[in-house]
Design a protein around this ligand. Sequence first.
Ligand SMILES: Cc1cc2nc3c(=O)[nH]c(=O)nc-3n(C[C@H](O)[C@H](O)[C@H](O)COP(=O)(O)O)c2cc1C
Length: 250
Amino acid sequence: MARLFKDLSTALGTAGGDSCQLGPDVVVCMTRAVRWALYSPAMMHFYEPHLGHGLKHDPFNSIVGPRPIGWVSSRSAQGVLNLAPYSFFSAFNYVPPLIGFASIGRKDSLNNIEATGEFVWNLVTRPLTEAMNKTCDAVPPEVSEFDVAGLTPTASRIVSVPRVAESPVSFECRCTQILQMQDLGGQKVDTWMVFGQVVGVHIDEGLLKDGVYDTANAQHVLRGGGPADYFSIGPEQLFKLYRPESWKRD
Ligand SMILES: Cc1cc2nc3c(=O)[nH]c(=O)nc-3n(C[C@H](O)[C@H](O)[C@H](O)COP(=O)(O)O)c2cc1C
């Protein structure tokens, strides 16, 4: 027994960076052992995605989240307006401003943008969340999700695709690239990245405070994971963190 504790003591000394004594310190030793075991990699859930996650829900999009939503309006070659949410969406460059989203499968938005080269990104806010959700309905290409969700298309300034009048922020975009994704083996995946350059920006002036865009009060909605998780953000979530000194020397 003493030998066991001595070994444990040595092991803990190595793992935890400090040593512990036998005798009266055994309880301390055991407490450290439990703590060490709890934080050891043996307690991590590990999986290789191609073999399955082994959980109730795939955690992937809950972990890479919450994500902004690319609420994309587009127009078909036949002139039908389309509106759909894409949360595999982000911004990728400042100058020129580039944004992109992933179409998992060939969807109407992808087909439209391929045909016309244009789209508009619209901000989803808390009051627009239910309408946004209606626009993901799988309706035929000849039906416009603007009508399904009771939203108003309003003319853009540069592109021919309208923006969502009810949304306080929109980016008019011209498509720069459409890339079909591939896996490690070079096999094509049934997913396409659609990138666009922002050529026009609309911002509700009520969201500009002394010339600064007021993210905290714009009621942005973000997609979490699972079947139904969303997050809204407000001033309570705001905190400031400035970059290291080296950035100031640039
Ligand atoms: C919040 C939200 C996020 C979504 N994100 C994506 C996504 O990133 N990629 C995708 O292919 N589908 C996504 N979908 C599903 C599409 O919106 C749905 O398939 C829609 O019908 C596509 O419309 P479209 O065929 O008119 O382009 C999302 C749906 C919701 C509600």
